[in-house]
Design a protein around this ligand. Sequence first.
Ligand code: TYD
Ligand code: MG
Length: 483
Amino acid sequence: MNGPLAVPPLSAAGYGVIKHQEIKRDSRKMAREKINYSCNQCGVLSPKWAGQCTDCGAWNSMSEVVSGKVSSHPRFTNYAGEKSGTQIERLSEIVCTDETRIPTGLNELDRVLGGGLVAGSVTLIGGDPGIGKSTLLLQSLTVLSSRLPTLYVTGEESKQQVSMRASRLGLPGDDLQLLTETSIERMLTIAGKEKPGVMAVDSIQTIYTDVLQSAPGSVGQVRESAAQLVRFAKQTNTSLFLVGHVTKEGTLAGPRVLEHMVDTVLYFEGDPSSRYRVIRATKNRFGAVNELGVFIMTEKGLREVSNPSAIFLSRHDEPVPGSVILVTWEGSRPMLVEVQALVDESHVSNPKRVTLGLEQNRLSMLLAVLHRHGGIAMYDQDVFANVVGGIKVSETASDLPVLLAILSSFRNRNLPQDLVCFGEVGLAGEIRPVPNGLERLKEAAKHGFRKAIVPAANVGNKEKIDGLEIIPVHRLSEAIDSL
Ligand code: TYD
Ligand code: MG
């Protein structure tokens, strides 16, 4: 062994005799695929890993990234006239082909996708482990495979496990191609030969690329593998499903780092202990966001719930304080959900404001409005608010029901069981209208509700709905008085 290059890289033909050329080729490859460490918080690049980012001070935020080819860096581009492949085109001159929608076999999944699967689109399916991501994929892939060549890559389950599940669920498996592979390079080589129309990777946390040394599931691996998959999907016009587990801690190593790379992000919501599974589109380049798909988990897999408006409604035998029914609007449908509140004397200097399924800051704001415009102070009370069924309500129509539930719990007085409510509360104490007021009221009437406290601007003077007494309110004080 001679010289400083005595220790050959592992990928070289063998230890000992290395030809000069091999070293040269390898070092060139190294220069091309240089590994840096990037901070997930501030994006600073560093050649060395560190437990704390030297720039922004975030802990445990450095992950591996592969630097691009040096020659493609803008610094090396000749701006003075060298012709490149990319050109500027006028918007009107770009030829569009009609995007065709491929039915996935599940109407509720089609609904959240915006009317079916788009060719060449990349869809991320996220959710807690065990919530039903693989079940959903398997059910729709077996349907898709009868129309298009379909490849299901599983890095978590063996082929036998997938096959057992398919036969237990009674799914036809004649056309679905299975692959168990976790190396992204090998997977894409096979997929490149197979040319599937639809491909699913379950899950992205098990996939790794040889380029990086970190363990599968780390931010760097997840990001780099997903980037390669997305590139493959776009170049070959393959519809791609990626499955990602959401960690309880939230962002790190979860599918959150992928959200900007993909076209559509679907998240499983809901209480894992309940049988209902709700899928929400939080990003969709081909359809509306916040559309909900509702399923029920049965022993025969996921079954669609095509009319889900009342599934989260729990009826109490006796009226209870602190509970009111909200008519919320999810995507394109109304839904009746129970809002619960508990107000309890606080024994700490900083009283608790806890929400489940609602926004916490909004609760603090509502309590301030209640104090200033309703004259009811809660500074010595812990306040808890919850939407029953594990569903998340992000729209402002929940403001008024939340306040009424809080008031009901505070006074320990029941609200009528046949009462529904919705409306946004403004900082000036006004009750503001929400979209689709009449449709919400009709849905409530259909389920036997008899009373509705709603924003006055949502119902014209003459609006009448059979069997429903509508109480229009302009201000918070009116709503409180009407009880
Ligand atoms: P799975 O799809 O494996 O979850 P994920 O891929 O999101 O981790 O779902 C597993 C859960 O679903 C498991 O707890 C059992 C339940 N399940 C049923 O109740 N019925 C069924 O038919 C199937 C296939 C699963
Ligand atoms: Mg799974």
